[in-house]
Design a protein around this ligand. Structure first.
Ligand SMILES: Cc1cc2nc3c(=O)[nH]c(=O)nc-3n(C[C@H](O)[C@H](O)[C@H](O)COP(=O)(O)O)c2cc1C
Length: 190
């Protein structure tokens, strides 16, 4: 990461064994790294070992997680839909921090059955509003994505989803740069 790059936290929503999240998140990651104005940190609940007992939590895993979040200028949450909501490990991850989310943009890539995970995304917008984050209007949504990828993790038919992701990233970049500048130049409201 250099100071001019926009540092994105790419967040995995699923911690399930055999999860499809890996395929979708790797596809997102491949897009992000094509743009040298971005740097990226992958935040995976499977590897973070965050405790369920909240807060206060000053254990090593939580402190390390918070410092990684604090370094991020923007976030992309890759989430499936579980019972018309988002997965519990994602809520644990979100609730493990507070000010580290604030005044930063959040974008969503979702997947699921016919709804494409959009019900999970709508719930997440409410959660992130409480954390003073700004959610991006445009998201990327995969309905029934299981047959859409080849064995290398590439979309068999790139469009329109690749275009949708690029469009979303452009908005995330604008908000990420604008809010980073504002965080440095404008005093925070009480
Ligand atoms: C507990 C559970 C509940 C689910 N509920 C929904 C649902 O309400 N809507 C939907 O579209 N898909 C639902 N699914 C299907 C998931 O979206 C699909 O299995 C997806 O691949 C899960 O993501 P993951 O493999 O990364 O964990 C559910 C899956 C699980 C395991």
């Amino acid at each position: 990461m250099n100071k001019k790059q926009l540092h994105i936290g790419l967040i995995y929503g699923s911690a399930r064994q055999g999860r499809f999240c890996d395929t979708i998140a790797q596809w997102v990651l491949a897009h992000i790294v094509k743009d040298s104005t971005f740097s990226v940190d992958t935040l995976d609940p499977k590897q973070l070992n965050l405790p369920y007992d909240l807060p206060p939590s000053d254990d090593e895993a939580t402190m390390a997680f918070k410092s990684r979040l604090a370094a991020c200028d923007a976030f992309i949450v890759v989430t499936p839909e579980y019972n018309h909501g988002y997965p519990a490990p994602l809520k644990v991850l979100i609730d493990a921090a507070k000010k580290e989310w604030q005044r930063k943009p959040v974008a969503f890539v979702s997947y699921g059955g016919i709804s494409g995970g959009l019900r999970a995304v709508e719930q997440l917008r409410q959660v992130f509003a409480e954390l003073h984050s700004v959610s991006m209007r445009d998201s990327v949504s995969f309905a029934n994505p299981w047959e859409l990828f080849d064995s290398s993790g590439n979309l068999k038919q790139a469009e329109p989803l690749s275009n949708n992701l690029d469009f979303m990233l452009e908005h995330l970049k604008w908000w990420g740069q604008a809010l980073r500048r504002a965080r440095h130049e404008v005093p925070a409201a009480p």
